[in-house]
Design a protein around this ligand. Structure first.
Ligand SMILES: [Zn+2]
Length: 99
């Protein structure tokens, strides 16, 4: 079961649309504490970029799409991935180093 992340401070459950537009710097609308995405979650979402590029190449070769069709497919893929990315977030009270 996929769940949206909660505030580390007050346990407020974020709405999907709140996470979609804000990116990595998010404030809790309930207690106004700043939320930091955990290093683990950032690494998790970091794999999406290369994945899109790989999928574009697969589409280009496997389905003989031209460059523009593949770019379009890449944009669509990116939009799909972005709309699911809030589920990969995990919040903490401090900014963790990535490595
Ligand atoms: Zn809160």
């Amino acid at each position: 079961m996929v769940k949206l992340p909660r505030c580390w401070s007050c346990d407020y459950s974020f709405l999907w649309k709140e996470l979609l537009v804000t990116g990595f710097r998010i404030k809790c609308p309930n207690c106004e504490k700043e939320q930091f995405v955990t290093a683990k979650a950032r690494k998790r979402s970091g794999v999406f970029g290369p994945l899109v590029v790989v999928l574009m190449f697969v589409l280009m070769n496997g389905f003989s799409l031209n460059v523009w069709q593949s770019l379009l497919a890449g944009v669509v893929l990116l939009a799909v991935i972005l709309s699911f990315s809030p589920f990969a977030y995990d919040f903490t009270d401090k900014d963790e180093p990535l490595f």
